[in-house]
Write a protein that binds this ligand. Structure first.
Ligand code: AHM
Ligand code: MG
Length: 340
Protein backbone atom coordinates (compact mmCIF):
# COMPACT_ATOMS: atom_id res chain seq x y z
CA UNK A 1 0.00 0.00 0.00
CA UNK A 2 1.21 3.47 -0.82
CA UNK A 3 1.51 5.35 2.48
CA UNK A 4 1.51 8.71 0.73
CA UNK A 5 -1.44 11.04 1.08
CA UNK A 6 -2.64 12.85 -2.02
CA UNK A 7 -4.30 16.26 -2.01
CA UNK A 8 -7.61 14.56 -2.88
CA UNK A 9 -7.36 12.23 0.09
CA UNK A 10 -6.37 15.06 2.43
CA UNK A 11 -9.39 17.09 1.30
CA UNK A 12 -11.78 14.15 1.58
CA UNK A 13 -10.55 13.61 5.14
CA UNK A 14 -11.07 17.30 5.91
CA UNK A 15 -14.59 16.89 4.57
CA UNK A 16 -15.45 13.53 6.13
CA UNK A 17 -13.52 13.27 9.37
CA UNK A 18 -13.14 16.87 10.39
CA UNK A 19 -16.35 18.17 8.79
CA UNK A 20 -14.44 21.26 7.72
CA UNK A 21 -15.35 21.55 4.07
CA UNK A 22 -18.40 20.90 1.94
CA UNK A 23 -17.89 18.93 -1.32
CA UNK A 24 -18.16 22.09 -3.49
CA UNK A 25 -15.28 23.69 -1.64
CA UNK A 26 -13.21 20.54 -2.00
CA UNK A 27 -13.84 20.60 -5.73
CA UNK A 28 -12.92 24.27 -5.91
CA UNK A 29 -9.58 23.70 -4.16
CA UNK A 30 -8.79 20.75 -6.44
CA UNK A 31 -9.49 22.87 -9.51
CA UNK A 32 -7.25 25.68 -8.25
CA UNK A 33 -4.51 23.12 -7.54
CA UNK A 34 -4.88 21.73 -11.07
CA UNK A 35 -4.62 25.24 -12.53
CA UNK A 36 -1.42 25.76 -10.52
CA UNK A 37 0.05 22.67 -12.19
CA UNK A 38 -0.61 24.24 -15.57
CA UNK A 39 0.95 27.51 -14.46
CA UNK A 40 3.97 25.58 -13.17
CA UNK A 41 4.45 24.06 -16.63
CA UNK A 42 4.52 27.52 -18.25
CA UNK A 43 6.85 28.87 -15.57
CA UNK A 44 9.23 25.93 -16.08
CA UNK A 45 9.33 26.40 -19.85
CA UNK A 46 10.61 29.95 -19.48
CA UNK A 47 12.25 31.26 -22.63
CA UNK A 48 11.47 28.00 -24.48
CA UNK A 49 7.76 28.66 -24.05
CA UNK A 50 8.10 32.34 -25.03
CA UNK A 51 6.44 33.27 -21.75
CA UNK A 52 9.05 35.71 -20.41
CA UNK A 53 9.03 39.50 -20.64
CA UNK A 54 6.42 42.22 -20.57
CA UNK A 55 2.94 41.91 -22.08
CA UNK A 56 3.00 45.62 -22.98
CA UNK A 57 0.03 46.44 -20.73
CA UNK A 58 -0.58 47.74 -17.19
CA UNK A 59 -2.97 46.59 -14.47
CA UNK A 60 -5.42 48.74 -12.52
CA UNK A 61 -2.62 49.71 -10.12
CA UNK A 62 -0.50 50.99 -13.02
CA UNK A 63 2.00 48.14 -12.72
CA UNK A 64 3.50 46.69 -15.90
CA UNK A 65 1.99 43.28 -16.63
CA UNK A 66 4.29 40.43 -17.55
CA UNK A 67 3.22 37.79 -20.07
CA UNK A 68 3.11 35.22 -17.28
CA UNK A 69 0.86 37.47 -15.14
CA UNK A 70 -1.74 37.30 -17.90
CA UNK A 71 -1.21 33.63 -18.74
CA UNK A 72 -1.66 32.64 -15.09
CA UNK A 73 -4.76 34.83 -14.81
CA UNK A 74 -6.30 33.16 -17.89
CA UNK A 75 -5.47 29.67 -16.67
CA UNK A 76 -7.18 30.30 -13.32
CA UNK A 77 -10.30 31.75 -14.91
CA UNK A 78 -10.66 29.04 -17.55
CA UNK A 79 -10.16 26.27 -15.00
CA UNK A 80 -12.67 27.66 -12.52
CA UNK A 81 -15.51 29.31 -14.42
CA UNK A 82 -17.47 26.23 -15.55
CA UNK A 83 -17.40 23.97 -12.47
CA UNK A 84 -20.57 25.33 -10.85
CA UNK A 85 -18.92 26.03 -7.49
CA UNK A 86 -18.21 29.72 -7.99
CA UNK A 87 -20.26 32.91 -8.20
CA UNK A 88 -17.36 35.13 -9.26
CA UNK A 89 -13.63 35.72 -9.23
CA UNK A 90 -11.42 38.74 -8.56
CA UNK A 91 -7.76 39.13 -9.41
CA UNK A 92 -4.91 41.54 -8.91
CA UNK A 93 -4.64 41.62 -12.70
CA UNK A 94 -8.29 42.53 -13.50
CA UNK A 95 -9.93 45.92 -12.93
CA UNK A 96 -13.30 44.58 -11.76
CA UNK A 97 -14.79 41.29 -10.68
CA UNK A 98 -15.32 38.40 -13.12
CA UNK A 99 -18.82 36.98 -12.66
CA UNK A 100 -19.29 33.39 -13.80
CA UNK A 101 -20.95 33.64 -17.26
CA UNK A 102 -24.67 32.81 -17.43
CA UNK A 103 -24.06 29.74 -19.57
CA UNK A 104 -22.56 28.02 -16.50
CA UNK A 105 -24.23 27.17 -13.18
CA UNK A 106 -23.55 29.58 -10.33
CA UNK A 107 -22.13 28.46 -7.01
CA UNK A 108 -21.84 30.23 -3.68
CA UNK A 109 -18.08 30.74 -3.48
CA UNK A 110 -15.89 33.69 -4.42
CA UNK A 111 -12.32 33.09 -5.53
CA UNK A 112 -9.68 35.82 -5.23
CA UNK A 113 -6.11 35.53 -6.50
CA UNK A 114 -2.79 37.08 -7.25
CA UNK A 115 -2.11 34.87 -10.28
CA UNK A 116 1.66 35.40 -10.37
CA UNK A 117 3.15 36.93 -7.26
CA UNK A 118 6.72 38.22 -7.41
CA UNK A 119 6.44 39.33 -11.03
CA UNK A 120 9.79 41.12 -10.91
CA UNK A 121 11.44 37.73 -10.40
CA UNK A 122 9.90 35.96 -13.41
CA UNK A 123 12.60 36.88 -15.89
CA UNK A 124 15.50 36.21 -13.51
CA UNK A 125 14.51 32.61 -12.69
CA UNK A 126 13.80 33.20 -9.00
CA UNK A 127 10.86 31.64 -7.11
CA UNK A 128 7.43 33.09 -7.82
CA UNK A 129 3.94 31.89 -6.93
CA UNK A 130 0.15 32.00 -7.08
CA UNK A 131 -1.77 33.20 -4.00
CA UNK A 132 -5.50 32.49 -3.53
CA UNK A 133 -8.28 33.12 -1.07
CA UNK A 134 -11.83 31.73 -0.96
CA UNK A 135 -14.85 33.48 0.55
CA UNK A 136 -18.46 32.40 0.70
CA UNK A 137 -21.00 34.79 -0.73
CA UNK A 138 -23.05 36.00 2.23
CA UNK A 139 -26.65 35.41 1.34
CA UNK A 140 -29.01 34.59 4.16
CA UNK A 141 -32.09 34.95 2.01
CA UNK A 142 -32.33 32.06 -0.49
CA UNK A 143 -35.02 33.95 -2.42
CA UNK A 144 -32.64 36.84 -3.10
CA UNK A 145 -31.13 36.31 -6.54
CA UNK A 146 -29.24 39.53 -7.10
CA UNK A 147 -26.31 39.51 -9.46
CA UNK A 148 -22.97 39.07 -7.75
CA UNK A 149 -21.23 42.40 -7.14
CA UNK A 150 -17.92 43.82 -5.90
CA UNK A 151 -19.58 44.38 -2.51
CA UNK A 152 -19.84 40.59 -2.06
CA UNK A 153 -16.03 40.44 -1.98
CA UNK A 154 -15.62 43.10 0.70
CA UNK A 155 -15.39 40.71 3.64
CA UNK A 156 -12.72 40.74 6.35
CA UNK A 157 -10.01 38.08 6.08
CA UNK A 158 -11.42 36.31 9.14
CA UNK A 159 -14.31 35.20 6.88
CA UNK A 160 -12.05 33.18 4.54
CA UNK A 161 -13.00 29.52 4.16
CA UNK A 162 -9.81 28.45 2.37
CA UNK A 163 -6.51 30.10 1.49
CA UNK A 164 -3.27 28.98 -0.03
CA UNK A 165 -0.39 29.59 -2.34
CA UNK A 166 1.63 27.61 -4.80
CA UNK A 167 5.34 28.35 -4.97
CA UNK A 168 7.17 27.68 -8.24
CA UNK A 169 10.72 27.17 -7.01
CA UNK A 170 13.25 24.35 -7.01
CA UNK A 171 10.20 22.32 -5.99
CA UNK A 172 6.61 23.22 -6.78
CA UNK A 173 4.75 23.26 -3.47
CA UNK A 174 1.13 23.95 -2.64
CA UNK A 175 0.47 25.33 0.83
CA UNK A 176 -3.10 25.22 2.05
CA UNK A 177 -5.34 25.99 4.99
CA UNK A 178 -9.05 25.33 5.41
CA UNK A 179 -8.91 26.49 9.03
CA UNK A 180 -7.51 23.26 10.43
CA UNK A 181 -3.78 24.03 10.41
CA UNK A 182 -1.47 24.33 7.41
CA UNK A 183 -0.55 21.50 5.05
CA UNK A 184 2.09 21.39 2.33
CA UNK A 185 1.91 19.30 -0.84
CA UNK A 186 4.83 18.78 -3.18
CA UNK A 187 4.16 18.27 -6.88
CA UNK A 188 5.43 14.93 -8.05
CA UNK A 189 6.13 15.73 -11.66
CA UNK A 190 6.27 12.15 -12.99
CA UNK A 191 2.68 11.44 -11.97
CA UNK A 192 1.46 15.01 -11.91
CA UNK A 193 0.09 14.54 -8.39
CA UNK A 194 0.19 16.61 -5.21
CA UNK A 195 1.66 14.61 -2.33
CA UNK A 196 1.26 15.67 1.30
CA UNK A 197 4.79 16.35 2.55
CA UNK A 198 4.07 18.29 5.74
CA UNK A 199 1.00 18.73 7.92
CA UNK A 200 0.49 20.84 11.02
CA UNK A 201 3.16 23.34 9.95
CA UNK A 202 4.33 25.44 12.93
CA UNK A 203 6.28 28.69 12.75
CA UNK A 204 8.84 29.06 15.58
CA UNK A 205 7.64 31.75 18.00
CA UNK A 206 10.96 33.56 18.15
CA UNK A 207 13.32 34.59 15.40
CA UNK A 208 16.41 36.62 14.60
CA UNK A 209 15.74 36.94 10.88
CA UNK A 210 13.80 39.74 9.19
CA UNK A 211 12.67 40.33 5.59
CA UNK A 212 12.15 43.89 4.39
CA UNK A 213 13.14 45.94 1.35
CA UNK A 214 15.90 47.96 3.06
CA UNK A 215 16.23 50.34 0.11
CA UNK A 216 13.01 51.99 1.29
CA UNK A 217 14.36 52.77 4.77
CA UNK A 218 14.37 56.54 4.29
CA UNK A 219 10.66 56.42 3.44
CA UNK A 220 9.48 54.43 6.47
CA UNK A 221 7.60 55.66 9.48
CA UNK A 222 9.36 56.00 12.86
CA UNK A 223 8.29 52.66 14.45
CA UNK A 224 9.57 50.54 11.56
CA UNK A 225 12.83 52.52 11.40
CA UNK A 226 13.34 52.07 15.13
CA UNK A 227 12.64 48.35 14.93
CA UNK A 228 15.12 47.76 12.10
CA UNK A 229 17.69 50.08 13.70
CA UNK A 230 17.50 48.01 16.88
CA UNK A 231 17.93 44.76 14.91
CA UNK A 232 20.94 46.15 13.05
CA UNK A 233 22.73 46.96 16.30
CA UNK A 234 22.95 43.25 16.94
CA UNK A 235 23.97 41.83 20.30
CA UNK A 236 25.34 45.19 21.49
CA UNK A 237 21.94 46.81 20.90
CA UNK A 238 18.62 46.71 22.79
CA UNK A 239 17.61 43.34 21.29
CA UNK A 240 20.75 41.67 22.63
CA UNK A 241 21.19 39.36 19.62
CA UNK A 242 22.45 39.45 16.05
CA UNK A 243 19.86 39.50 13.25
CA UNK A 244 20.11 38.10 9.76
CA UNK A 245 18.30 39.59 6.76
CA UNK A 246 16.65 37.87 3.78
CA UNK A 247 14.62 39.51 1.02
CA UNK A 248 13.55 37.55 -2.06
CA UNK A 249 11.04 40.17 -3.30
CA UNK A 250 8.48 37.42 -3.95
CA UNK A 251 6.08 37.38 -1.01
CA UNK A 252 5.40 33.67 -1.59
CA UNK A 253 9.10 32.85 -1.23
CA UNK A 254 9.59 35.06 1.82
CA UNK A 255 6.49 33.62 3.52
CA UNK A 256 7.51 30.08 2.57
CA UNK A 257 10.86 30.56 4.27
CA UNK A 258 9.10 31.88 7.38
CA UNK A 259 6.79 28.83 7.46
CA UNK A 260 9.85 26.62 7.16
CA UNK A 261 12.22 28.19 9.69
CA UNK A 262 10.60 31.27 11.22
CA UNK A 263 11.27 34.95 10.60
CA UNK A 264 9.34 38.12 10.14
CA UNK A 265 8.23 39.81 6.90
CA UNK A 266 7.41 43.51 6.64
CA UNK A 267 6.02 45.58 3.80
CA UNK A 268 5.09 48.73 5.71
CA UNK A 269 3.40 51.95 4.70
CA UNK A 270 5.91 54.43 3.34
CA UNK A 271 6.08 58.13 2.49
CA UNK A 272 6.39 57.68 -1.27
CA UNK A 273 2.67 57.09 -1.55
CA UNK A 274 1.29 58.67 1.62
CA UNK A 275 -2.35 58.12 0.68
CA UNK A 276 -1.95 54.38 0.15
CA UNK A 277 -1.75 52.28 3.31
CA UNK A 278 0.98 50.03 1.88
CA UNK A 279 2.08 48.24 -1.29
CA UNK A 280 0.55 44.81 -0.87
CA UNK A 281 -3.07 44.04 -1.59
CA UNK A 282 -5.37 43.15 1.30
CA UNK A 283 -7.65 40.71 -0.52
CA UNK A 284 -5.18 38.86 -2.74
CA UNK A 285 -1.99 38.88 -0.66
CA UNK A 286 -2.29 40.00 2.98
CA UNK A 287 -5.48 38.10 3.91
CA UNK A 288 -4.57 34.67 2.53
CA UNK A 289 -0.97 34.90 3.77
CA UNK A 290 -2.13 36.33 7.11
CA UNK A 291 -4.50 33.42 7.68
CA UNK A 292 -1.92 30.81 6.67
CA UNK A 293 0.61 32.35 9.06
CA UNK A 294 -1.93 32.46 11.92
CA UNK A 295 -2.92 28.86 11.25
CA UNK A 296 0.75 27.93 11.59
CA UNK A 297 0.95 29.62 15.01
CA UNK A 298 2.34 32.95 13.79
CA UNK A 299 0.79 36.41 13.77
CA UNK A 300 -0.15 38.97 11.08
CA UNK A 301 -0.71 42.66 11.81
CA UNK A 302 -0.82 46.02 10.10
CA UNK A 303 1.03 47.49 13.10
CA UNK A 304 -2.30 48.82 14.36
CA UNK A 305 -4.61 45.83 14.07
CA UNK A 306 -4.83 42.17 13.12
CA UNK A 307 -4.81 41.94 9.33
CA UNK A 308 -7.74 39.51 9.30
CA UNK A 309 -9.91 42.09 11.08
CA UNK A 310 -9.39 44.85 8.50
CA UNK A 311 -12.73 45.64 6.85
CA UNK A 312 -12.12 46.13 3.11
CA UNK A 313 -13.80 49.06 1.32
CA UNK A 314 -12.50 48.43 -2.19
CA UNK A 315 -11.40 45.42 -4.18
CA UNK A 316 -7.80 46.47 -4.75
CA UNK A 317 -7.29 47.96 -1.29
CA UNK A 318 -3.71 47.96 -0.02
CA UNK A 319 -2.46 47.39 3.47
CA UNK A 320 0.67 47.54 5.59
CA UNK A 321 1.88 43.99 6.33
CA UNK A 322 3.88 42.59 9.27
CA UNK A 323 3.73 38.80 9.62
CA UNK A 324 5.66 35.81 10.87
CA UNK A 325 7.00 34.52 14.18
CA UNK A 326 4.46 35.44 16.85
CA UNK A 327 6.73 37.00 19.47
CA UNK A 328 8.58 39.12 16.91
CA UNK A 329 5.35 40.42 15.35
CA UNK A 330 4.08 41.29 18.83
CA UNK A 331 7.34 43.13 19.51
CA UNK A 332 6.89 45.18 16.32
CA UNK A 333 3.29 45.97 17.28
CA UNK A 334 4.57 47.26 20.64
CA UNK A 335 7.07 49.47 18.72
CA UNK A 336 4.06 50.98 16.92
CA UNK A 337 2.16 51.50 20.18
CA UNK A 338 5.17 53.28 21.67
CA UNK A 339 5.00 55.90 18.91
CA UNK A 340 1.20 56.22 18.84
P1 AHM B 1 3.43 41.61 -7.48
O1 AHM B 1 2.21 40.89 -6.99
O2 AHM B 1 3.13 42.59 -8.56
O3 AHM B 1 4.53 40.70 -7.84
O4 AHM B 1 3.93 42.55 -6.24
C1 AHM B 1 4.05 42.02 -4.96
C2 AHM B 1 5.49 41.78 -4.61
C3 AHM B 1 5.63 40.89 -3.41
O5 AHM B 1 5.69 39.56 -3.81
C4 AHM B 1 6.94 41.34 -2.82
O6 AHM B 1 6.98 41.16 -1.43
C5 AHM B 1 6.99 42.80 -3.19
O7 AHM B 1 6.10 42.99 -4.26
C6 AHM B 1 8.36 43.17 -3.62
O8 AHM B 1 8.44 44.53 -3.71
P2 AHM B 1 9.82 45.32 -3.97
O9 AHM B 1 9.82 45.54 -5.43
O10 AHM B 1 9.70 46.56 -3.16
O11 AHM B 1 10.96 44.45 -3.53
MG1 MG C 1 1.65 39.90 -5.54
Amino acid sequence: MNPRTSLTRYLIEQQRVHGRIPPELRLLIEVVARACKRIAISVNKGALGEVLGSAGSANVQGEVQKKLDLIANEVLIEANEWGGHLAAMASEEMDGIYAVPNRYPQGEYLLLFDPLDGSSNIDVNVSIGTIFSVLRRQNDDPLRIEPVAEADFLQAGAQQVAAGYCIYGPQTTLVLTVGNGVAMFTLEREQGSWVLTQDGVQIPEDTSEFAINMSNMRHWDAPVRRYIDDCLQGREGPRGKDFNMRWVASMVADVHRILSRGGVFLYPWDKREPHKPGKLRLLYEANPMGWIVEQAGGAASTGQQRILDVQPHTLHQRVSVILGSRNEVEHIVRCHQAFA
